[in-house]
Design a binder for this molecule. Sequence first.
Ligand SMILES: [Ca+2]
Ligand SMILES: [Ca+2]
Ligand SMILES: [Ca+2]
Length: 314
Amino acid sequence: MSIIGDIVEEVVGDSDGETIGDIEIDIDLGGSGDGGDAVTDSGDEGDSESGSGNSVGGTIGNIEVDIDLGSSGGENNSVTDSGNEGNSGSNSGNGTGSDSNSNSNSNSNSSQGDSPKQYVFEVDGNRVTSMSELFNGTLRPLVIGENDTVVVEGDIIIHTTQTHFGDHITWYADSNKDGLHTRHSELCVVSDEISHKPHTIPAIIDILLYSSTDKDDLLAVREGDVSFGGLGADRFVVREVGHLKIGDFDSSQGDELVFDLGLGLTSLEHLVSFVTGVTYNNQDLVVSFGTEASVTLVGIDINNIGLNDIAVFS
Ligand SMILES: [Ca+2]
Ligand SMILES: [Ca+2]
Ligand SMILES: [Ca+2]
């Protein structure tokens, strides 16, 4: 079954707070290194494989992760991060992309590059009659379903979707008025009237932004946009199963990766149990969850990020 199926089954099935049994992930990506960089992220003994190449090992509760990153390391560097201690690594100005988040529409047609995903709306009065997204230079129609309401309010497009927890609202803006909108912010409005299983509704009920400031931001991480936090302790909130990318994650600033999917994830261990692969190439860390989902942290120092930079709410 696919990873998504697993997650859905976990939520829809008999997930009454059951604990995950012993789960061991041991992935060797076949590196050609002759030394191992052992990064141990817990007080417990990791599963110390003898494979060559760089490896990340850790034990989280009953779950062991021992992943061979397969890069061509030379000498043995051992970094131990004990439990919940902060990562105290020195960060040498990892400024990747921190200046490119000005939310200006570049009119680029690329949906996969660093420019934000762009949308086109057809409007009749205050009502949006159709919406599409620009993908590889062509407009791809998006369905406005019976659970969707899309309206115009001034210069802003407001898209409200009724969900199992209440309303999800996305605001779109076209600051340079070229007819191409980008996502500005989003909000989950959790209904009081519906009873929910724990962890199946979003925990964060504040507005998430799609562009950053130099202060501490709460940012949406969505497929198609590269999320930038800029300066400050930013919380990158994952709300979507998809291929996600963060352009300037910086643990030393207090940045945090937050999973708030509403899919029934109960803990960090639970999330880790769905990890199928980790790669670290050219300072990009890619964590895969099957073929349908991944999180890429661009330009990070592997020694300066740990499991304590991640929070799991739902
Ligand atoms: Ca625009
Ligand atoms: Ca910020
Ligand atoms: Ca930051």
